[in-house]
Design a binder for this molecule. Sequence first.
Ligand SMILES: Cc1cc2nc3c(=O)[nH]c(=O)nc-3n(C[C@H](O)[C@H](O)[C@H](O)COP(=O)(O)OP(=O)(O)OC[C@H]3O[C@@H](n4cnc5c(N)ncnc54)[C@H](O)[C@@H]3O)c2cc1C
Length: 317
Amino acid sequence: MACGYWEDKGAIRSSNGTVLREIENTNLMILRSDLQRVLVAELKDIPVVLGARCTGVSANGQAPVLRFDSGTSVEADLVIGADGIRSAVRQSIAPYEDPPRYSGLCAWRGVVRAPGLVDSAWLSVGNGLQFLAAPLPDGNVYWSPLVKLDEGQWEEIKDHRGFLLDRFDGWHDPIPTLLDRTPNDTLLPTPVYFRPPPRWITSGRVALIGDAAHPMTPDLGQGGCQAIEDAVVLADRIVVAGDDIDLALRLFAERRLARIRRVVREARQMGAVMADGHQTVMRLRTTALRVIPARLTDKRLSAITAREAFEAQLAAT
Ligand SMILES: Cc1cc2nc3c(=O)[nH]c(=O)nc-3n(C[C@H](O)[C@H](O)[C@H](O)COP(=O)(O)OP(=O)(O)OC[C@H]3O[C@@H](n4cnc5c(N)ncnc54)[C@H](O)[C@@H]3O)c2cc1C
C-alpha cells in the first residue's frame, strides 16, 4: 500500500473535458513493476527459476507433469497455470478451444513525470475513443488510450506518439501535454484480446489463474486484481482442505467462477458502451451518465471492486 497512490474519487468526462459523472470509489494505483518488487521481496527463500518456458502439461495417473522447452519435465502435486492470455498450460488441457478473441481495440500505456497535471483519475470518452489518466506516487501519471483498430493494424504504426496526437487532436488538457511529454520509445501498444466468461478454471490437478483463466477487456481495470484474488482464494482453500488437493480445487472453482464470470461480462458490457462512436449512442450515453443516480452506478461498481465483495469469498465453511 505504501508503494501505491490512494485515490477516493474519479470522473467520466467528455472529449472537451466536461465532467459527465463523478465516481466515488477508493482505488490503489500501483505500477506493475512496484507490485512485483514487493511480492518478490516476500518470497524470501522460496526458489524461483527464470527463463524456463513451459510447453505443456500432461497427466501421469493423477499427478500432472510439466514439460519445458529445455527438454526437462517436472511431476507435481498441483500445477497452477499463471502463464497469461496465451497460456501453454491451458492450450495443452483444452487444445480444442478457440483462441482469445480480438476486441477491435488497441490500448497504449504510458507513464510520465507530470507533477500537478492529474490530481485524480478520469476517463474521457468520445467518437469511439477513450483516454484514461490517473495519478501515481512521486508526481508520475499513468495514462492509457483505447483506439478502434483492425486486428494487426497497430503493427503498421511507425510513430506511436504522432498517431495518438493525431487521433486525440482537439481533446481537453492535459491530454496533449501527457502525450507530448512521453518519450516515443516508452509507448507500449497492446491489442486487446479476451475470452467469454469461463465455464471452468480447474482440470484434474491443474488450476488456471489470472489471464490464463479469464482474460478480460480492461474496462473495469480488474484483470490484474482478479488474478490476485484467484491466488488468495486458491491459497485459502488449500489451507481449508488440508492435504486434499482435489477438494481444494473444487472449493476454489466454487468460490471463484460466479464472481469471475460477472466481472468478465460487465467489463465487456462497459467497454461496448464506452467505445461506441455512433452519434445516437454517444448522446444516449451522455444523457444516461447525467441522469442515472450516482448511488446506483456506485453500488454496481462496488459489487465488483469493493473489499467486501472480495472478502465474501474467504468466509469459512
Ligand atoms: C491496456 C490494459 C490496461 C489494463 N489495466 C489494468 C488495471 O488497471 N488493473 C488491473 O488489475 N488489470 C489491468 N489490466 C489487465 C492485466 O494487465 C492482466 O489481467 C494481468 O497482467 C494478468 O496477469 P497474469 O499474471 O495472469 O498474466 P501476465 O501478466 O500476462 O503474466 C503471465 C506471465 O507468464 C509468463 N509466461 C507466459 N507463457 C509462459 C510459458 N509458456 N512458460 C513460462 N512462463 C510463461 C509471462 O512471461 C508472464 O510473466 C490491463 C490490461 C490491458 C491490456
